[in-house]
Design a protein around this ligand. Structure first.
Ligand code: IPD
Ligand code: CA
Ligand code: CA
Length: 268
């Protein structure tokens, strides 16, 4: 694949797979009868496994030679030339509690570089897409990061990994440091792929989290960079294709945010 071109079939496949998987998620969402018989945890497990199987089947049917890395079952080789990175249900806790803020996230990487990203919130009908060199879009509207250059003009997003120990304390510490810069507020909406879309859309000046996995950020990362923003780990390094800290911003706030989050790295 040449850089930034020729991804139409790939793009259409990603959108269709995300939307089919989204239908599956909706069929499990707020199904109180099922919760009573199966319990929330089993229901969520059924939903994300079924959604990932659907996505993997569609991708494999069109691109049998491509590797797939998914959160649930697909353990594709991360060194493969073409690698699809899939979170079939990002925002599990929201989903389990009936909050319509969750998403399917699908990215295609070529030699480790994101070529396209699709983030689909089926409960709201929000489709975020990006293609390398082709911009980022929300339901067809071009996305641009925000233009604020100082923390005291900014809304900041964050997320907590499932940790309840030192990493959580580090996150709380960084939130306190953000408030000491007089930010407008902190938001924690619970779906990293959509948090990254919020940076791309100029809603958050920046978003940070101290542990995410490639399926959480692969698609959203491209949304941010294609909207004119910057994404690194929390020390300013390139994001690796494994669990990592992450800082995404409009670019203008990046160094100010780095000075807040980088000093926490290594404290957990
Ligand atoms: C989680 C969500 C959440 C983030 C967690 C992720 P999951 O993904 O993206 O916002 O804070 O770190 O693990 O478990 O719902 O797929
Ligand atoms: Ca996730
Ligand atoms: Ca997930």
């Amino acid at each position: 694949m040449k850089k930034g071109v020729g991804v139409n079939v790939e793009f259409e496949t990603a959108v269709q797979a995300a939307q089919e998987a989204g239908q599956i998620l909706l069929s499990y969402f707020r199904m109180e009868a099922n919760v009573r018989t199966k319990g929330i945890a089993d229901l969520v497990t059924d939903a994300d496994v079924a959604a990932e199987r659907c996505i993997a089947a569609r991708i494999s049917a069109v691109f049998p030679g491509h590797a797939i890395l998914g959160e649930e079952e697909q353990s594709g080789d991360t060194t493969a030339e073409y690698l699809w990175v899939v979170d079939p249900l990002d925002g599990t806790t929201n989903f389990a509690h009936g909050l319509p803020h969750f998403a399917v996230s699908i990215a295609l990487l070529h030699h480790g570089q994101p070529q396209l990203g699709v983030v689909w919130n089926p409960a709201r009908g929000d489709l975020y897409t990006a293609r390398l060199g082709g911009g980022a879009f929300h339901n067809g509207r071009r996305l641009r990061v925000s233009s604020e250059a100082t923390m005291d003009q900014s809304l900041i997003g964050t997320g907590f990994y499932y940790d309840r120990g030192a990493m959580m304390e580090a996150t709380l510490g960084a939130i306190g440091d953000c408030f000491r810069q007089n930010i407008h507020g902190i938001r924690r909406f619970g779906t990293a792929a959509l948090d990254l879309a919020h940076v791309a859309d100029g809603l958050y000046g920046a978003f940070f989290e101290f542990q995410l996995s490639p399926w959480d950020f692969a698609a959203g990362q491209l949304l941010v960079t294609e909207a004119g923003g910057r994404v690194t780990d929390c020390t300013g390094g390139e994001l690796p294709l494994r669990k990592s800290t992450i800082l995404a911003s409009n670019g203008l706030l990046h160094d100010q945010m780095l000075s807040i989050v980088s000093r926490r790295v290594g404290t957990w």
